[in-house]
Design a protein. Sequence first.
Length: 236
Amino acid sequence: MQIRIGLENNIEGRSLAWALDYPGCFAYGMDEAEALIRLPRALLKYEIWIKDHTSKPWVDFKDMDMRVVERFETFCINDMYELVPDGKGYEVNAWFLDDWRPLSKIEIEQGLKIFHWQREELLAGLATLNPEILEKDFPGQRWNILGIVKHIANGERFYLSRINLTDLTRQELLPDPEARLKQTADQVDKIFPSFADQVKVIGIEGEFWSYRKILRRTLWHQRDHIEHIKELALAE
């Protein structure tokens, strides 16, 4: 089985290997080599995770043929503060030629399943944590855990706004973290099905966006911060 890989370099000082045909599956490394070494394990973990959630899995990785098909060097625009969901500066992230490809109805259905399984995992994890940990400030971290949760929702709204797919503004996001997550999840459920078999690409403020890129980054962003929260909780 051929695994097509997109490499994104210099993303917060690291390399990120994307499994382009499997949204939500990726691996980090301090450089390209390390990210590529870590990707097979991430793929197997992804396969097990999907099989744990459905009796009809659509992934079965055997005899993996790993091929890097694209590379992108991330760069930062430091004077565009208003564009950033949180923090300062704006990092222009990977645009792959693969992001031009239209999403099929099946890909969107699978993507939405992954999105909601991730969300269930996130909410279940939060429910197990001591409320004091949720609001604790961790050294070297931009946000506490509740801040990370809000940031996940902020990112979802931000991605949809890149192609003018939502009228929801940052000011309209609800203050309660779980309510905010539901608010943006409702938007994802409403909007993502309209992506099927459509090609739309927009360049905005130095970055290209498409429906496939929005799906790719939405699933990455939620998974990335679920793992981030786990790391903080385990550090206690």
